[in-house]
Design a protein around this ligand. Structure first.
Ligand code: ATP
Length: 347
């Protein structure tokens, strides 16, 4: 079932939590709402779920107005960060719960419930824990059970609010793969909230980057990372270096370090898009090496140019060729830069 959010606005008192948000999510797509704390992600998710009402705008499910349809009737499955399982119920009963509370006419038989619950527990690979209680599970296992419980009622839409927020990195990674797999298996529309850029880029088909109640950019993970539409997206999705820039029509050149004046054209460059050279060449900026640090497969080099510090990422191979040490002078050649004047992209 597709989800359409049309011109949704929401205020809390004088505070604008959502400002005219529009967004379409077709069936089969997994979308991440990504942004800093307080940007309105949870509010938008709750409005889609019907748990919060919008001041203006509409939510449509499968092309039909759902704004006034009760949460229970929306065929929506939820998973929250601290979505406590029922402590007094076994894993099996937790997953069966949504089926047991259905109106009598729609309630599956006991045999069907058993079959469906066991199938879901197999899907999350925890069928061997069916008789345990939540207190006897690890955090990651609980979240997988919470997912199975959300899926038991065969939702057409799955909404997840920081579902893996409280877990350690390794478990998070595993659960992300899970989510992707489950989502694909169920062929539903899913929306998940996260403030973790890596999580959004790794799992989602499309990422909605939000800031202060509006959408900064909506695109594939590659688009939002490699072609940020605004300075905010650049900064929020990874590290970025900012240079002063000269613009000549369609063509821009990095000029010098940005001691920012308001109307300056600023060139944004990712750390891996700066090449370091030992020899001077036309257009290269001279810099001195401050610090060299190997991080996993990359080597991070901090350099100083005109009193500003820039970050460069090199492959280990390239670094072995250069063999940089602190204090020496090098030349920087930025590439793949995008230039903004204020919020406006100029090149
Ligand atoms: P986080 O990542 O911290 O959960 P978020 O992006 O999900 O943040 P929301 O929970 O949607 O943010 O909140 C958006 C803004 O609206 C916040 O500034 C919050 O304080 C405010 N807000 C949310 N709910 C209410 C409420 N019921 N009453 C007043 N203000 C609220």
């Amino acid at each position: 079932m597709s989800i359409e959010v049309k011109n949704i606005s929401k205020r809390f008192g004088n505070f604008v939590a959502l400002d005219n948000i529009s967004l379409e999510i077709p069936t089969g797509e997994l979308v991440a709402l990504l942004g800093p704390s307080g940007c309105g992600k949870t509010t938008l998710l709750r409005i889609i779920a019907g748990m919060e009402s919008a001041d203006t705008g509409q939510v449509l499910f499968h092309g039909e107005e759902a704004t006034h349809v009760h949460t229970r009737e929306r065929q929506v499955g939820f998973v929250f960060q601290h979505y406590a399982l029922f402590r007094h119920m076994s894993v099996f009963e937790n997953v069966a719960f949504g089926l047991r509370v259905k109106p009598r006419a729609e309630r599956p038989s006991e045999g069907e419930i058993r079959e469906r619950v066991m199938k879901l527990l197999k899907l999350v690979q925890l069928d061997w824990l069916a008789e345990r209680y939540p207190s006897q599970l690890s955090g990651g296992q609980r979240q997988r059970i919470a997912l199975a419980r959300a899926l038991a009622v065969e939702p057409k839409v799955l909404l997840l609010d920081e579902p893996f927020g409280a877990l350690d990195t390794q478990v998070r990674k595993e659960l992300r793969r899970w989510l992707r797999h489950l989502h694909d298996e169920m062929h539903i529309a899913s929306v998940f909230v996260t403030h973790d850029q890596e999580e959004a880029l790794e799992v989602a088909d499309r990422v909605v980057v939000m800031n202060k109640g509006h959408i900064e950019q909506l695109g594939t993970p590659d688009e939002v990372y490699s072609a940020p539409a605004t300075p905010f997206v650049y900064r929020f999705l990874g590290n970025v270096n900012v240079f002063h820039s000269r613009v000549h029509g369609q063509w821009a050149e990095v000029d010098r370090a940005a001691h920012v004046a308001k109307d300056d054209a600023l060139a944004f460059v990712r750390p891996h898009d700066i090449e370091i050279q030992r020899e001077s060449s036309a257009g290269a900026l001279s810099a001195s090496v401050l610090h060299v640090q190997a991080i996993g497969p990359l080597v991070r080099v901090e350099v100083e140019h005109q009193g500003e510090i820039f970050e460069v990422e090199l492959t280990r191979e390239r670094h072995n060729q250069l063999a940089l040490t602190a204090g020496e002078t090098v030349w920087l050649r930025p590439r793949n830069l995008r230039v903004f004047q204020g919020e406006q992209m100029v090149s």
